[in-house]
Design a protein around this ligand. Structure first.
Ligand code: ATP
Length: 307
C-alpha cells in the first residue's frame, strides 16, 4: 500500500491534520505510529484502514484491511457471537467459518463465556476483546490497531501481542498506536511520529533500545523461551530484550528475557528467516520444556478457511 501526497482536513476550511504524506507500507511488517494527543494518529489510521478517505492525494494498492477503533460502538442489538458472525461474513468468511473462528478467538482471549451476552451488557474489557476479535478473525492482510490494548487485562494484552506477531509472521502488515512506549518494543520494523501534519521517521532500533532501558523492562519477572532453529544455527542477532541464551533439551536453545519482552522475542523468532520453532514458554527457572504451558507457535492461530 502507498500513500501519495495524502492530506486530510475536517471541513472545507478546517486546519490540515495531515498534509502531503508520502508513505510506502511494506508487506509482512510492523509499524508503530506515535505523536502527541490530537496530532492526527487516529486520522492516519482511519486512512490506512480505508474507513476514511483523504481530502487530497490518493492511496494505492489497498490490502484487505481490518481495524480496531479507539472507541468500539458497543450499543448494537446483537450478542457478541452474532456480531462477530456478521462481521466475519462482511470480511468474506462463509458457512460455519465465521461462528467457528469467532468462538476460537473468543476462547483465546478468555471471553468464550460471553459469546451469547448482548454487546450492551458486556464489561468494557470484554467489549474490547470483541472489538479485537472482529478484526483478527478474518486474518486481514492489514491489521490497524488504534490503542487496541487499552482496557484489556494483562493476559489478553499478551494474547494480542502474540496475535500481532502471528499476523506479521504470516505475511501480514500491522500498524498500531499505543500510549505504552514498551508495547511491542523491539519488534516494530518502523516507527513514525505525526508532527505538524507530517510523518517523521523515528529510528525503530534506538527506540527499542530506549524502551529496553526502562526499569519495567530490566527488573521484575523473567521468562524462558525454549526454541529450535535450523540445525547448528545460532539465535538471530539483535533479538529483543537482549536474551541470555544457553542450550536446552534435545538440541533446543533456551532464551531468557524480561517478561515484558517475551512476546516481542517470540515474534522475532517466529519471523526469523528461516523461522524458529517455539517448544515452550514459562517463567524463568520452572523447566519450561516440561511445564505443560501451551507453546504459542504460529500454528496455534485458527486455521485459515477458504472464503
Ligand atoms: N471527525 C472529526 N471531525 C472534526 N475534527 C476531527 C475529527 N476527527 C479528528 N478531528 C480533529 O483532528 C485532529 C487530530 O485528531 P486525531 O483523533 O486524529 O488525533 P490523535 O493523535 O489520534 O489524538 P489522541 O491521541 O488524542 O487520540 C484533532 O484536532 C481533532 O479534533
Amino acid at each position: 500500500m502507498k500513500l501519495h501526497k495524502v492530506g486530510r482536513r475536517y471541513g472545507l476550511r478546517g486546519p490540515w491534520v495531515l498534509r502531503d504524506v508520502d508513505l510506502e507500507v511494506p508487506r509482512a511488517s510492523l509499524l508503530r505510529i506515535e505523536g502527541t494527543n490530537g496530532s492526527g494518529k487516529s486520522t492516519l489510521l482511519r486512512l490506512f484502514a480505508g474507513i476514511d478517505a483523504p481530502s487530497t492525494g490518493r492511496v494505492t494498492g489497498r490490502p484487505r484491511a481490518a481495524y480496531v477503533p479507539e472507541r468500539f460502538p458497543a450499543a448494537l442489538p446483537f450478542t457478541a457471537l452474532e456480531y462477530l458472525g456478521h462481521l466475519g461474513r462482511v470480511h468474506g468468511l462463509r458457512g460455519a467459518a465465521p461462528a467457528r473462528r469467532a468462538t476460537e478467538w473468543l476462547e483465546r482471549f478468555g471471553a468464550a463465556g460471553h459469546a451469547r451476552t448482548p454487546l450492551a451488557e458486556l464489561s468494557k474489557g470484554t467489549s474490547q476483546k470483541v472489538a479485537v476479535v472482529q478484526a483478527l478473525l478474518a486474518e486481514p492482510e492489514l491489521l490497524v490497531l488504534d490503542e487496541a490494548w487499552t482496557g484489556l487485562d494483562g493476559t489478553a494484552r499478551g494474547t494480542l501481542d502474540r496475535a500481532v506477531a502471528e499476523r506479521v509472521a504470516a505475511g501480514g502488515t500491522v500498524v498500531f498506536v499505543d500510549h505504552d512506549p514498551a508495547r511491542l518494543a523491539g519488534a516494530a520494523d518502523a516507527c513514525y511520529r505525526v508532527v505538524d501534519a507530517g510523518l517523521r521517521p523515528q529510528d525503530a532500533h534506538s527506540y527499542a533500545a530506549r524502551a529496553t532501558r526502562e526499569p519495567s523492562a530490566t527488573s521484575g519477572p523473567r521468562v524462558t523461551v525454549v526454541a529450535e532453529g535450523p540445525p547448528g544455527a545460532a539465535p538471530p542477532p539483535g533479538l529483543p530484550g537482549a536474551p541470555v541464551t544457553g542450550p536446552g533439551p534435545d538440541g533446543t536453545t533456551r532464551l531468557t528475557v524480561p517478561a515484558t519482552h517475551s512476546d516481542t522475542l517470540l515474534r522475532a523468532l517466529l519471523t526469523a528467516r528461516p523461522p524458529w520453532h517455539i517448544h515452550a514458554v514459562a517463567p524463568e527457572g520452572t523447566h519450561p520444556a516440561h511445564s505443560g504451558h501451551p507453546a504459542p507457535t504460529a500454528q496455534t492461530a485458527p486455521r485459515p478457511d477458504t472464503p
